[in-house]
Design a protein around this ligand. Structure first.
Ligand SMILES: [Fe+2]
Ligand SMILES: [Fe+2]
Length: 369
């Protein structure tokens, strides 16, 4: 029987399941409260440390970190009803806080029920994805970064994917959202986290998976498969860039560490950033985005090709594709498991189900989440 790898990416779990990323085509909630123009906002009710605020004909809902989750125009006669619905929303949002969900994982029916009320909640969508993964029972789960939206929520991942973690079958590399400074303009100043703080959280998480704190690591999976985790989250000097790079020193060390490949070896690299561009630009929407690239993609491509890697897994732009140049690895890009796919004929999230047998890559298929 072939060994099955699940390549899953960009979970973007967060405090309440809100997301700050600009990559989703879905409507976001949880924007930072903008500097107000016009009359001042007045607090009319506090629920669980969240504020319902009002000014003239508007009502808004602000969480305890200062993010605005809802803002609506309202006629005076309807204000009380809207205020009640905001209060109900607070109770719903705080129910989907990562720590509450992690401490008491809801069953599948409860997740689906909550998703009806809040269909874009990434914490809930992650729980749906995790349940499908556990049911599918691949031999290994490989996560290619952006596990969190802003460095918060690892406890939820540890809880929901525990069946894999307990057997040492979950491997992960970081994404820019996990370890780069919180983006300005979207996260309010007092809630912004620095890279050092986010790196510490990532390292604590990686240690629970049994992964070393290193720019690269190697892991034998069986069936001749050897996975190399590469940390591409080395930020540019340009502020707010989400680009990455593999350090030259890392590529040198990897080259020295790997003996010549034999036909029985199936070398698989995993990293967050894209080594090859989405090959088809005319289908769906997979735009070339400024500040998102792997800055030394050409060198990484050449190194992995020379080291005879069979496939290279990435996440990052939430586009799903595979591309296999001749005499080179197959490049497999996974969409977001929660925010969906920005290319192809569907926006539905999926993971790649990859078979390996006797050192050979078998089928590579999409599995809807
Ligand atoms: Fe992402
Ligand atoms: Fe990313």
């Amino acid at each position: 029987m072939a060994m099955v790898l699940a390549h899953v990416s960009d979970l973007h779990v967060s405090r309440f399941g809100e997301h700050v990323t600009s990559l989703s085509s879905r409507k976001t909630h949880g924007r930072a409260a903008p500097r107000s123009r016009g009359p001042a906002w007045e607090v009319v009710e506090i629920v669980d440390e969240w504020r319902i605020e009002r000014r003239t004909e508007e009502l808004r809902l602000v969480d305890d970190a200062g993010k605005v989750h809802q803002r609506r125009r309202v006629q005076p006669a309807d204000a009380a009803t809207l205020q009640q619905s905001f209060a109900a929303m607070v109770r719903e949002r705080t129910r989907t806080a990562h720590d509450r969900l992690a401490a008491n994982l809801p069953d599948a029916n409860e997740v689906e029920r909550l998703l009806v009320e809040d269909p874009t909640n990434t914490n809930l969508l992650f729980l749906r994805a995790a349940r499908i993964l556990v049911e599918d029972a691949p031999d290994w789960v490989l996560l290619t970064g952006d596990l969190t939206d802003d460095g918060v929520g690892y406890d939820l991942i540890l809880a929901a994917l525990a069946p894999f973690i307990e057997r040492g079958r979950l491997l992960a590399v970081p994404g820019n959202h996990d370890v780069y400074d919180s983006p300005m303009f979207v996260v309010p100043a007092h809630a912004r986290k620095r890279r050092t703080e986010k790196l510490a959280a990532w390292r604590a998480f990686a240690a629970q998976l049994g992964l070393p704190d290193a720019q690269y690591w190697l892991r034998e999976l069986g069936e001749g498969a050897l996975v190399c985790g590469l940390d591409s989250c080395n930020p540019a000097l340009t502020p707010i860039s989400a680009s990455g790079a593999i350090l030259t020193q890392t590529l040198r060390e990897l080259t020295a560490a790997l003996p010549p490949a034999t036909p029985a070896d199936c070398r698989i690299a995993m990293l967050h950033h894209h080594v090859v561009n989405p090959p088809v630009r005319a289908v769906g929407s997979s735009p070339w985005q400024l500040g998102m690239r792997l800055r030394n993609a050409r060198t990484v491509y050449e190194t992995l090709r020379e080291l005879q890697f069979r496939c290279v897994l990435n996440g990052h732009r939430h586009v799903g594709y595979r591309y296999h140049p001749s005499h080179a690895p197959m490049f497999i890009s996974a969409p977001s498991a929660t925010l969906g796919c920005r290319s192809g004929s569907t926006t539905r999230p999926f993971y790649w189900r990859i078979e390996v047998r006797d050192g050979d890559l078998g089928s590579v298929r999409e599995r809807t989440l």
